[in-house]
Design a binder for this molecule. Structure first.
Ligand SMILES: C[S@@+](CC[C@H](N)C(=O)[O-])C[C@H]1O[C@@H](n2cnc3c(N)ncnc32)[C@H](O)[C@@H]1O
Length: 331
């Protein structure tokens, strides 16, 4: 039996707030409805003029949600504040000092993340295909998973293909700019998150999804089917070559932030006058102005005149690098 006060439902919220403010609310038991009244558990003998009674109330099991609390106090300062949830797979980076404790960190993350099946240690993105070096540190494989984002469902495998869940807002922004009937080329599409988000929220004629990574293209095909989009065309190969055979586009997406500018002449050559290229680029704040001016001048010399229509930092893209989105309008 739990000590409660009987409070008319209309007063319930206000009374609960006052109890909370005074530290008299019993957080370990669930408030119960009884006719027109609420039975609110209290820690004091009484509260204001409300009738006191004893009642059976459900016990609330407070789950620890902060994974740090399962780990030794002396390492809590160096534990990561963020990690990536991709479907039921959690991908985390650890500083070197934490590597001897990697399994304990994995177990703590697994205990506190309700939808997580396994935790993978991120050893960094490697090579041309930008694939992560991953190690299972808790839970059970495989690393292949089904991820939901912005109304689309995607199969992906972080051990085989690059996929960045931190770009969801950017994908929605690009989708919001798409006009009916557009032809779109995603030069570095991965498992096709940009094409899928665009097709979910807009009505393009066709979206070509190019990638060099065979596994990514296979997932792009699966994902187009899973979401019932027959206007996504996955294409395997080097974007510079594949793009040559495609029709001119209203929009080209270039999500390869290390070296996207190397492909810009190919992208702009395929962009209709008035069309837009969305380029992502890793840049230091101090070099942005010089980089952009150099880019516009260089393209101008090639007869690929363009202007910047949007320039902003993608704050969520990566915790370790500053990545900018540069939207270029073809003139
Ligand atoms: C940063 S990832 C972007 C993935 C995807 N856009 C996303 O949001 O998850 C870059 C992708 O470009 C692909 N890639 C790298 N060089 C390429 C090239 N020359 N042609 C086509 N794709 C390439 C990689 O395989 C990788 O999937």
């Amino acid at each position: 039996m739990v000590r409660c006060i009987r409070v008319p439902k209309v007063d319930g919220n206000a009374v609960r707030m006052r109890l909370k403010d005074q530290g008299a609310l019993d957080h370990d038991h669930r408030i119960r409805s009884d006719g027109n009244d609420l039975l609110i558990p209290i820690l004091a003998d009484s509260f204001e003029d409300y009738a006191v009674c004893d009642a059976e109330l459900e016990h609330i099991d407070h789950k620890i949600t902060d994974y740090r609390l399962y780990l030794p106090e002396d390492v809590r300062d160096i534990l990561p504040n963020s990690y990536d949830n991709i479907g039921d797979v959690l991908v985390v980076k650890l500083v070197d000092e934490l590597l001897p404790l990697k399994h304990e960190v994995g177990d703590a993350l697994l205990r506190t993340s309700s939808n997580t099946r396994c935790v993978l240690l991120d050893g960094g993105v490697k090579g041309e295909l930008r694939v992560r070096d991953l190690e299972l540190i808790a839970g059970v494989g495989p690393s292949e998973t089904k991820h939901r984002e912005s109304g689309v469902v995607m199969m992906t495998d972080p051990a085989k293909v690059y996929y960045n869940p931190r770009l969801a807002t950017e994908r929605e922004r690009v989708a919001s700019l798409v006009k009916d009937g557009e032809t779109i080329i995603d030069m570095f599409a991965g498992v096709a998150p940009f094409p899928l988000t665009i097709c979910r929220h807009a009505h393009p004629k066709v979206v070509y999804a190019i990638d060099l990574n065979h596994d990514a293209v296979e997932y792009a095909k699966i994902n187009a089917g899973l979401n019932h989009f027959d206007n996504i065309v996955p294409l395997e190969g080097d974007a510079r070559e594949v793009i040559k055979d495609l029709p001119d586009a209203d929009r080209v997406i270039m999500n390869l932030p290390q070296i996207a500018q190397d492909f810009l002449p190919d992208a702009l050559s395929k962009t209709k006058v008035g069309g837009t290229v969305h380029m992502h680029k890793i840049l230091e704040r101090a070099e942005i102005e010089k980089f952009c001016k150099g880019l516009i001048d260089d393209m101008g010399k090639r007869g690929l005149h363009c202007e910047i229509s949007e320039l902003k930092e993608l704050k969520t893209y990566s915790p370790s690098a500053s990545v900018y989105v540069i939207d270029l309008k073809r003139r």
